[in-house]
Design a protein around this ligand. Structure first.
Ligand SMILES: Nc1ncnc2c1ncn2[C@@H]1O[C@H](COP(=O)(O)OP(=O)(O)OP(=O)(O)O)[C@@H](O)[C@H]1O
Ligand SMILES: [Mg+2]
Length: 252
């Protein structure tokens, strides 16, 4: 079976004031359809850069293939959800935020647009907020809408860059469970960056640890059957292992 996402020898160098800064050096990676890949790693090791390369936002060396086709830039098959609460257009209602990219794709039928918005808002438990503006929503609600916006485009891969990092612990746990439920129902492929080991173990079917230079320090299948909780057998040992490995990468 060919992988849904195939990254071959990816390298990314930023040019800063005529100084070259190599962030990712020859990274290769495959992600299967339906995988929930959680990526952890020290600050500045290149996690966001990797997601931006996959999203097609960055010029880079190497090849990135989705479903066997090399990407040539951004596309609605790869949608990114950010940490920032301000990723919605403030002048558009929730419903219109969700419909914006669909309209850009040429969907004009008002009934269809309304149905899609209603469907994805139900999935993120935001039914009834169609006519609200972003300023009327809490941070957690804005993140739900950002996820709904991604779902509306039915992307092959959802790229999530610490989407819950700025939320309080209870909202974060709730949203984790909801993203898990969505990933099961929709059979989505998700690449999710987090600094939180608990979040990685609860969400990921696969856990990857990046280190500076964008190298892969650890890549393992999550052995704990879902639903995962801190009382699941093996949770403590896996947490300890990830924690030790994460700290080892900080020292590199
Ligand atoms: N647009 C840019 N121009 C120049 N350098 C950049 C740019 N974006 C990121 N970098 C540099 O690339 C490196 C990796 O940044 P990146 O944002 O990918 O790290 P990260 O692993 O996501 O970190 P964090 O966990 O703090 O979000 C950093 O040293 C950063 O300074
Ligand atoms: Mg980052």
């Amino acid at each position: 079976m060919t992988a849904l996402l195939k990254i071959e020898n990816l390298s990314k160098v930023y040019d800063d004031d005529s100084r070259e800064h190599a962030v990712i050096d020859n990274l290769s990676l495959e992600v299967e359809q339906g995988e929930f890949l959680c990526i952890l790693g020290p600050s500045g090791c290149g996690k966001t850069t990797l997601l931006r390369c996959i999203a097609g936002f960055e010029r880079c060396r190497g090849r990135i293939l989705v479903d066997g086709r090399e990407i040539a830039g951004p596309g609605t098959d790869r949608i990114m959800v950010f940490q920032d609460f301000n990723q919605l257009f403030p002048w558009l209602t929730v419903e219109r935020n969700i419909q914006y990219a669909l309209k850009c794709q040429g969907v004009r039928d008002r009934r269809k647009l309304a149905d899609i918005a209603a469907d994805v808002l139900a999935k993120v438990k935001m039914s009834g907020f169609e006519k609200h503006y972003p300023y009327q929503l809490s941070g957690g609600m804005k993140q739900r809408v950002a996820i709904a916006k991604a779902l509306a485009l039915k992307p092959a891969i959802i790229l999530m860059d610490e989407p819950f990092a700025a939320l309080d612990a209870i909202t974060r746990n709730t949203l984790q469970q909801e993203v898990l439920a969505i990933s099961r129902q929709e059979k989505c492929t998700i690449i999710f960056i987090t600094h939180n080991i608990q979040e990685g173990i609860v969400l990921g079917t696969r856990l990857m640890l990046m280190q500076h230079g964008g190298r892969v320090a650890m890549d393992l299948r999550n052995p704990i059957p879902r639903p995962v909780s801190p009382s699941s057998p093996g949770y403590g040992a896996l947490w300890d292992r990830m924690h030790a490995a994460l700290y080892a990468t900080q020292e590199v």
